[in-house]
Write a protein that binds this ligand. Structure first.
Ligand code: ZN
Length: 257
């Protein structure tokens, strides 16, 4: 049965009209369809996996240091509007998302569960870590504002949702076990094992969509204000300055790898 399925997939792959090489400039690898390894007709395996992981075939994932000024701006905006219904409503929703997420399960036990279930465990873990809904809302706003400002970024919903979920996931994603281990000389030494669920693929899209459904309304009103606050507090994003060069030019000039 398995080999029949395999054969029919191989036939489908062969019959897909496809490009010979990956559409990402400078890549040059064969597309998955050309290589016979998958149905992707425009991209190579490396770039397909990159999109699963980051939400974009080509954009670099957002750095915590780049997100920081936007997080500060978003927290300030949230504090100033804490009593507006437009803010209290999503905050209640985010708290409900964490409260209703059920039990925390160990990272090593959830590897094979469906994405929706793993997303629930991730939200439950945030609750157990004492993460406040304000923090989730601020991340959602900060990611959107940074992507809007950063001219090297990929301004599409998929990248925004995946990057939001990744930043949220980082707040509390692992299972940490600690022991005191007896040593032969009679003393003990601490031993820690950290297990992290893989932050990739479908679970990030599920988390991103759930957060977005709750926070979307606020963002439409506040995005420009958060971007303006960032300029007031920290100056403009580097890519908004007149001497800025796009990433592909920086790479060509050897200014960046
Ligand atoms: Zn490629």
């Amino acid at each position: 049965m398995a080999s029949k399925q395999h054969e029919s997939l191989a036939m489908r792959i062969r019959s897909v009209p496809h490009r010979a090489t990956c559409a990402i400039p400078g890549c040059g690898r064969p597309t998955m369809a050309a290589a016979g390894t998958g149905l992707a007709d425009c991209h190579c395996q490396y770039h397909v996996q990159r999109r699963a992981r980051y939400g974009s075939h080509w954009a670099a994932p957002l750095k915590a240091t780049d997100l920081k000024p936007y997080l500060k701006a978003a927290h300030r905006w949230i504090a100033e509007h804490r009593n507006d219904i437009a803010v209290t409503y999503p905050l209640i929703g985010l708290q409900g998302l964490m409260d209703g997420a059920g039990q925390v399960e160990r990272a090593q036990d959830i590897k094979r569960l469906p994405a929706a279930k793993r997303a629930r465990v991730a939200f439950a873990r945030l609750r157990e870590a004492g993460v406040k809904p304000e923090r989730l809302l601020a991340i959602h706003m900060a990611v959107a504002a940074l992507i809007e400002d950063d001219r090297d970024s990929h301004n599409v919903p998929e990248f925004r949702l995946v990057q939001t979920a990744k930043a949220v996931h980082r707040l509390a994603s692992g299972t940490h076990s600690r022991w005191e281990v007896a040593l032969p000389n009679g003393t003990t030494a601490p031993l820690a094992i950290h297990n992290y669920p893989r932050s990739s693929g479908q679970v990030l899209r599920v988390m991103g969509r759930e957060l977005d459904e709750i926070c979307r309304g606020v963002m439409q009103d506040a995005l420009d204000t958060v971007r303006r606050l960032r300029v007031e507090m920290f100056g403009p994003h580097p890519s908004q300055r007149p001497d800025w060069l796009p990433r592909h030019t920086r790479v060509r000039l050897g200014l960046e790898k």
